[in-house]
Write a protein of this length. Structure first.
Length: 179
């Protein structure tokens, strides 16, 4: 659904860009026609008229400012389209990363011995971890591996010589019977 919304937004931005370009083109043509008309009127009035030249210069300045304004709008629309395209690429990368992590997690939960090898074969089984486990049981451990290692505590099942320890502590406390 996000892809559809992003596609619709991109189409709207492109439509706005085209409309802005078309409006700019139409305005340029209209201003060019006005400029030609103004030049013709000036020629009819004579070159001695300073007010007509000032009005013509004002029209040219207004036209130039409007052209600059429209070009800025076109540039902004292009920047927005580029930013939207960059965000779409980033979203696609994050979705792919999430999918990869989901597959890896599923394989680890199933007891996979080698995730990289299982991932390569997983596509042959339609991405279904259970189907892969049924087809390739050698890739999976029967039971999760037990953690081994020392905890630092004595084993619960070993025999101890409590009498020897008691005598040692009595000797340290000065209660030892030397007789």
């Amino acid at each position: 659904m996000d892809g559809e919304q992003n596609g619709t937004q991109a189409q709207q931005v492109e439509g706005q860009q085209q409309e802005a370009q078309q409006q700019a083109h139409e305005q340029q043509e209209a201003q060019a026609a006005q400029g030609k008309h103004a030049k013709g009127a000036e020629a009819d009035a004579g070159a001695s008229s300073g007010a007509g030249a000032e009005a013509y210069q004002a029209q040219l300045a207004e036209r130039d400012s409007r052209i600059a304004e429209l070009e800025a709008q076109i540039a902004d629309a292009a920047k927005n389209a580029e930013a939207a395209e960059g965000l779409r690429a980033e979203i696609a990368a994050l979705k792919q990363q999430g999918e990869d992590e989901r597959v890896e997690f599923g394989l680890l939960l199933a007891g996979c011995r080698n995730v990289k090898a299982a991932r390569a074969v997983l596509e042959d089984h339609g991405g279904d971890v259970d189907a892969l486990k049924a087809a390739e049981p050698w890739m999976f451990a029967d039971a999760p591996q037990k953690q081994t290692g020392k905890t630092g505590l004595p084993n619960a099942g070993t025999a101890t010589d409590e009498g020897k320890q008691l005598k040692r502590w009595e000797k340290i406390a000065g209660l030892a019977d030397d007789e």
